[in-house]
Design a protein around this ligand. Structure first.
Ligand code: S3P
Length: 173
């Protein structure tokens, strides 16, 4: 059973990913960390050295490799569903779960750490909420292709676990 967590930066994909993997008794993998380990470079450094297009190509390549692995919860980067045929690939090789977060929640979560995120490094801090709102709106059409949608403010791991087991035709332990 392979599960892909998708959603905007700061929606809680890593935290929920770890929790879900524990609950299901399978491994957890973070796509950004996998890229950093493989290419021996941090994501912000990759962006500044090679640019976003090269990053999206690498992201796609690593996702393709991960898609071949069995039982796994994968926390993806926020842009993954929006490039190449990644969304289709994830829907074909596993169960996609969208962590739906409001711009306000996103701002609260990433605000203090915005400098760590390449897509926010250029922001001056004054109209960040509007920028997030606009960006999220543009990405929504990809995120909405997920098979399960969850409220990022209150993800219920127990309920989600049941939905997942149901999807894969397994019974709750
Ligand atoms: C990105 C999100 C980041 C990371 C990169 C680009 C995006 O991951 O992949 O900075 O395009 O939304 P997180 O969603 O884990 O922060």
């Amino acid at each position: 059973m392979k599960i892909y967590l998708i959603g905007y930066m700061g929606s809680g994909k890593s935290t929920l990913g770890k929790g879900l993997a524990d609950a299901l008794g399978i491994s957890w993998l973070d796509l950004d960390t996998e890229i950093e380990t493989r290419y021996k470079i941090s994501i912000p450094d990759f962006f500044s050295k090679y640019g976003e297009t090269a990053f999206r190509d690498v992201e796609h390549k690593v996702l393709n490799d991960i898609a071949l692995l069995p039982d796994l919860v994968v926390s993806t980067g926020g842009g993954v569903p929006c490039f190449h045929n990644n969304m289709e690939l994830m829907n074909q090789t596993g169960l996609t779960i969208y962590l739906n977060a409001t711009p306000a929640l996103i701002l609260t979560r990433i605000g203090p750490y915005a400098w760590k995120r390449p897509l926010f490094q250029k922001m001056d801090g004054t109209d960040t909420l509007e920028k997030i709102t606009e960006h999220l709106k543009a990405r929504e059409m990809y995120y909405q292709q997920a098979q399960i949608k969850v409220d990022a403010a209150i993800p219920d791991i127990k309920e989600l676990k049941n939905q997942i087991l149901d999807y894969f035709g397994k019974t709750t332990a």
